[in-house]
Write a protein that binds this ligand. Structure first.
Ligand code: OGA
Ligand code: NI
Length: 356
């Protein structure tokens, strides 16, 4: 990335501390009972559901091990990703995203108007994926977006498609556990994902000469339902601890996945499970790779607190919003060029005084 452009420099209050105190980490949850044969007994399932519920409530983040995703599939895609990013910028820009199709390569993402120290390759999980044609409220048109495939490495497509199937399976298992943990039937949320708009990102964070001034990704919350992240062994992800607002490092656990609740689960659960801020520190010596899978519902889903969770004492905290428009506003609008805040769920929050 050459000389350091001012666009990468974080405001003083958002700069990462290089020495972070080691503290209690996010929960580590063993999913082995889901893959056991014969199926495990109901009491161990109940224990797992409680662990998931506590993790979602107390942290919004957890790691899973014995998740059932074959390691070869993950390694094949990690290798393909490294090969892709090792090419020249000119080569990578042949599959760059544009105004019409938000999928492909780009190296100019901004989070809260500061440029992120990273380059990415975005993919959609359903090919094609149907989303609104624009973020304009009056425009009901839809469009199909399709993946772009680079010439090199040729195995990227197959590696991704195989891996994405595994991510979908794991995501549905996690959704079931989350539903159960909210006291709902296991399949309560599955109907929102028939034609899901999930997407997938290959992230490359190059080594950075100013890791104390820049971030790989600035602080943000994920806007979808659930994120499942594979990170390499370098580390750099930090999660804002709910109890005291401290930034806590997520230490890499080999072969584990990091799972976090997105804004949609926050709304569905009426704030019982909050979507938590996180960010990525960069490193002056090592480059880092990560691969998040963002589970998103169908574009036509109206996101609102689940009616079973609403009572007189706990009235709905959000009014319904259309997921497709929310997504299109983030992905397709030109907010990045304007100095405005991107769309956020707090824009749909019902003010205390107007609640019943
Ligand atoms: C993201 C994200 C974390 C990471 O892409 O939304 O939070 O470790 N990534 O790459
Ligand atoms: Ni994120």
């Amino acid at each position: 990335m050459g000389e350091v452009d001012e666009a990468f420099i974080q405001a003083v209050e958002h700069r990462p501390k290089i020495a972070v105190t080691e503290a209690e980490g996010i929960p580590l949850i063993n999913l082995s009972i889901l893959n056991s044969n014969p199926p495990s007994n109901p009491s161990s399932l109940q224990t797992l559901v409680e662990e998931i519920g506590d993790a979602c409530h107390n942290w919004g983040f957890f790691q899973v091990i014995n998740h059932g995703v074959p390691l070869e599939r993950r390694e094949k895609l990690e290798l393909a990703s490294r090969k892709f990013f090792a090419q020249s910028t000119e080569e990578k820009r042949k599959v760059r995203r544009d105004e019409v199709n938000p999928l492909g390569y780009y190296d100019t993402e901004h989070t809260k108007n500061v440029r992120d120290w990273k380059e990415v390759f975005d993919l959609t999980v359903k090919n094609p994926t149907v989303i609104p044609a624009s973020h304009e409220a009056g425009d009901n048109g839809l469009k199909k977006i399709v993946n772009r495939w680079p010439e090199y490495p040729s195995e990227l497509r197959e590696a991704f498609e195989e891996y994405a199937k595994e991510m979908e399976k794991l995501a549905y298992k996690l959704l079931e556990l989350i539903s159960l943990s909210l006291g709902l039937p296991a399949n309560r949320l599955s109907g929102f994902f028939n034609d899901h708009t999930s997407f997938f990102r290959l992230n490359h964070y190059p080594a950075c000469p100013v890791p104390h001034l820049a971030l790989g990704v600035g602080r943000h919350k994920d806007g979808g339902a659930l994120t499942i992240l594979a990170q390499d062994d370098v580390g750099g992800l930090q999660v804002k601890r709910k109890t005291d607002g401290e930034w806590i490092r997520v230490k890499p656990t080999p072969h584990a996945y990091i799972v976090n609740v997105g804004d949609i689960i926050q709304v569905w659960s009426n704030d019982r499970y909050e979507s938590v801020e996180h960010r990525v520190m960069v490193n002056s010596e090592k480059e880092r790779f990560s691969m998040p899978f963002f589970l998103n519902p169908d574009h036509n889903v109206m996101v609102e607190p689940l009616e079973e969770l609403i009572t007189k004492q706990n009235p709905a905290k959000y009014r319904a919003y259309n997921w497709g428009k929310f997504f299109a506003t983030r992905k397709l609008s030109n907010f990045k060029k304007l100095d405005v805040e991107n769309i956020q769920i707090h824009h749909f929050r019902i003010k205390e005084e107007s609640s019943y």
